[in-house]
Design a protein. Sequence first.
Length: 261
Amino acid sequence: MPGLGTLVNVVAITVGSGLGLALGSRLPERTRTVVTDALGLVVLLIAALNAAEVGSPALGAAVGTAAPTLIVLGSLLLGGIIGSLLHVEQRLEQLGRLVRTALTRRAAAVAAPAPADGPPSPRSSPTERFVEGFVSSSLVFLVGPLAILGALSDGLGNGIDQLALKAALDGFASIAFAAALGAGVLASALPVLLYQGAFTLLGVALGSVLPDAHIAALTATGGLLLVGVALRLLRIRDLPVADLLPALFVAPVLTAVVAAF
């Protein structure tokens, strides 16, 4: 069922936030590191399964047996050029900083200082803490390739494996966030529902339009992007995966061009 992956993700964030609020900061740093490493290895497994779609019979029948690898290569090269020229990763980071600044200023305005004859205002009001928790966790859960790759894959009918993995990552991260930043982390489940739901609907629309060969090329290209995600989780190489996201849209176009000839 399209959308199930996002619902699992939302539940994981909700449960993780509740545990974080209950546990406080008792979770050891070593435990967080080991779990993140384990999830990074699972990302590599899912990446390999998706990348194997380069050998899809439908893709081979459409473009020939030698062309699929070249299509994935061309998609990553062209997508990387487009993404780097548009500064996709940098703009996402800037957007995150702008959102945090804007909401923090609004929170500061709401928590106006007390009159001169009254008691001094607290340095960090509950409103500011809620906003910081909401914005910080929302950006972590949304500004990443898995949010887009997983939601598209779910909508295309390729299963919820990627979003289930993201749910595990987000659920564990939400424990730490909620322990440090409070109930605002719990509210971040709503933007996750809306954002990933939108990409799931896009995947459903593409799945009803794109032939199997085009979907296979998109899936194989996405598998290689997941390798970049795994390398980041394992702290091996901080690849600018967001700059490569346009490759997902280049892959079906290249497949159509090659198939036409």
